[in-house]
Structure formats: C-alpha cells, structure tokens
Design a protein around this ligand. Structure first.
Ligand SMILES: [Cu+2]
Length: 200
C-alpha cells in the first residue's frame, strides 16, 4: 500500500513539476501575452511575457500550463524584466529574456526599436462585397497586393493612405503610418471597393 502511494505521488509530481528526476530538463515555452510579436517599438515600452510548461494531456497530446518563473535579462541596458515577466525597454537593441523554474528554462528574444514586418493587404474585386479591414500597430509598414486585375488605393478623405496604383500581380511600396486612427480608402477604378486601415 505504501509503495503504491509513493508511485502515485511521483507520477503526480512529474505531471506538474519540471524538476522531476530523470530525463532531460524540460524546456519552458516563453511567449508574449496578447501579441504574436516580441518587439517593443521604443525605449520605455513594455511587453508582458509568460512562461509555460508543456504538460501531457489526459487524453493524449499536450497543453501549455502557465507556470511561475524567475526572470532575468541578458542585457539590462537594452531591456529589464521584473518578477512578473514584464519587460521594459531601455534602449534599442536585442536582449534575451530567460525564465527559470526548477531545472527548466526557456527564453525569448526581445527586440527594442525594431521596424515591424510589413503587412500585405490583399486588394481585389472581392472588396466590393466584402470590405477589407486591416488593423496594425502604429509604425507598421503596410502595402497592397492585387491578384485579379489593376486597382488603386485612394483615401476616401485625405491621405493616409497615400494614393498608389496596385497593378495586377504586383505589390506596392510600403507606407508607414504613425498617426493612430481609422483610415478609409477605395479603388478609383472600382469605386465600390472599400478598405479600412486601423492604426492603433
Ligand atoms: Cu479596383
């Protein structure tokens, strides 16, 4: 009976603790909360990170279970991290943020002052019946791509976006809008095409 109980406790501990004996240390998954990006636009900005353990599911597969971790930064001149995983940008550059719990560690690379990747907006005749709406963070380069025929992008009111031709099979140069707002635009060739760009 005692032996059975010990086995049960060990198995239970193995499910929830990364410091179980035997095997290699489990890796933590470190991810930003609420965003896919681990970039901070400028010094002073913050990013919430969280650490997760991959736990075998009861019915197979695995799920990510958020765990308490201690946090550290490889370069506190670029970014600091507090006890709750909140990263604060100090200067432009790159820092590796480490999370540790028991013998498990994980890390995420945080970039400060990086130009976000360009967002490509598909701009086709379908926008006549299904308006195109795109939301980007301020400072994100955007560009338009047409696949079906030639179009244009023209602001409904005053730019942005700047007027640009979107020829079939091509992608426009990028436009970077830094002023937050909701910008409506259309195609001058097919005026029923409607687009909205939300910069937040
Ligand atoms: Cu058009």
């Amino acid at each position: 009976m005692r032996r059975l109980l010990l086995v049960f406790v060990a198995a239970c501990g193995g499910s929830y603790s990364s410091s179980s004996t035997g095997g290699s240390p489990q890796a933590l998954v470190v991810q930003a909360v609420g965003t896919q990006s681990s970039a901070i636009a400028a010094p002073g900005g913050t990013l919430q990170l969280a650490a997760y353990e991959s736990v075998a599911g009861q019915y197979g597969g695995s799920t990510l279970l958020q765990v308490m971790a201690s946090w550290s930064s490889s370069d506190t001149a670029v970014a600091t991290v507090d006890a709750n995983g909140v990263v604060t940008a100090v200067a432009n550059g790159t820092a590796v943020i480490m999370a540790t719990t028991g013998s498990a560690t994980g890390q995420a690379t945080v970039t400060v002052g990086a130009t976000p990747a360009a967002v490509t907006i598909e701009w086709n005749l379908g926008a006549q019946t299904s308006p195109v709406s795109t939301t980007v963070a301020a400072g994100t380069p955007v560009r338009w791509h047409a696949s079906d025929t030639d179009h244009t992008v023209v602001a409904d009111n005053t730019p942005p976006p700047a007027t640009v031709a979107v020829n079939q099979g091509t992608t426009t140069p990028t436009q970077t809008i830094t002023t937050k707002g909701t910008y409506h635009y259309h195609c001058s060739i097919h005026p029923a095409m409607m687009g909205t760009l939300v910069v937040e």
